[in-house]
Design a protein around this ligand. Sequence first.
Ligand code: FE
Ligand code: CA
Length: 527
Amino acid sequence: MGEWPRRPWGLRLDRRRFLAASAATVLAACTSRNAANERPSTSTIPGRVDGPHLGDDPFGLGVASGDPRADGVTLWTRLAGDDLGPQRIPVAWELATDERFGRVVRHGTIDATADLGHAIHIDLDGLDPGSEFHYRFHTREHTSPTGRTRTAPARHERAPLRFAFASCQEYQEGWYTAYRDAAAGDLDLLVHLGDYIYEHGVHDDGVRRHEGGPVTTLDDYRRRYATYRSDPDLRAAHAACPWVITWDDHEVADNYTGLVAGALADPDPDPLAFARRRTAAYRAWYEHQPVRVAAPTGADLAIHRAVPWGSDVLLLALDTRQYRSEQTCSPIDIGPMCDEMRGGGPTVLGDAQHAWLERELDASAAMWNVLANQVLFAPMTFGPERSVQLDGWDGYPAARRRVTQFLDDHGVRNPVFITGDIHLSAVNDVRADVDDAASRVVATEFVGTSISSGSDAILAGFHDSIVEQNPHLRWIEHDHRGYVVCEAGPDAFTAEYRFVDDARDPESRVRTARRWAIEPGRPVAEA
Ligand code: FE
Ligand code: CA
């Protein structure tokens, strides 16, 4: 979501031409996942490791874990510093059941290599389900901060999930006070819905500055992630619990779709340049996130994935950017819907991901099926022309109908959308036919506000019109930054909106503004 008015038409790039170009220019080097390089520890004391002398502490970007499974979890760190150079650096890691590492249950050594920016991903398996662990890393002279993580409950176990969801954390526009609160919140899991970084240049009116102009190269994106991770509250939230992370547009460039750049967001109008840029951005995302996905070997990176949590929850992390077709009818991201959008062509998920989603939902026996979605799913019209955000699902009504009809026809059990992107809080009824107020409600959508990115002045300005035109909208609030804490258990799904009083004040209070609940079998949220 950006400002309007928007750009001229985005640029098209033929996929075949792109693949040919990217094969020649992009990352032909070996990119196998670090875990494959894992070798048995040569030391008897976990944590003792040989390797080069490093003057500076290489663990300034912190530690993280993610994508918990009943028998494992993925651990992450990335070494950083001026003295790393191109060398391989052995890193020892250990996982313990206690914070003091008296009971180490797994340990090993892995090489951090320059081709992955000295990032490390360790995919653990064979662990006990539903258990808490502590982990840390060592180089020859330095030890990382300690992270806390957990495995998911066993597949058939009744175990409620307490998780938070967050999105949109423009570094310059506010402090990460919401993350300080989340880090202390005793969460099982944190779900990030995208806009983890912003690619654009410096804002003069922010509370702090990141370096330089728009980021376009792998080195640029690496530096931008490193700036964001320099924030202690963000690092603390990563160290506090495992995350499940997907992406939105700003991890690459504002409002891109597939291989089509938004022209104003992209300083270089050459379509091949955008393809190279997306490749670099996806790679940097992989390097910096504790995700269990295969390391990118080229332009694409499949990240949609399922995270089951006992018998209560199936979390499905969607990718609404990579496979999306180009916006139709209008070059700008706000405007009225048009007939061309209603045809069967335009897609948000792409056919393969859509089929995957349907298979997962059909096979799911979970009490709650949570769709971790990026852009607004329910309709939201406003103004005299009944404009919508064309970058949301409103710009792809046929693709949306395919989802809602499936939820209805297949009787999917208690679907809940969690959504980011638009820097406001909202709760929506999602109907089987969103254009028919008489059709049944098949899901609730909880839209979470931004961690720090500023409120959208246009949507705030149309507040009365939004409320008047959208009877399925149960609540909307524009003025606060924050995040949402959810609990999904046998009796209810609750969503507690945690608001930061003032995200531009580093010491701001964080409080619960509103708490919503859904009962199983009745997908209508009540405050
Ligand atoms: Fe955003
Ligand atoms: Ca966005």
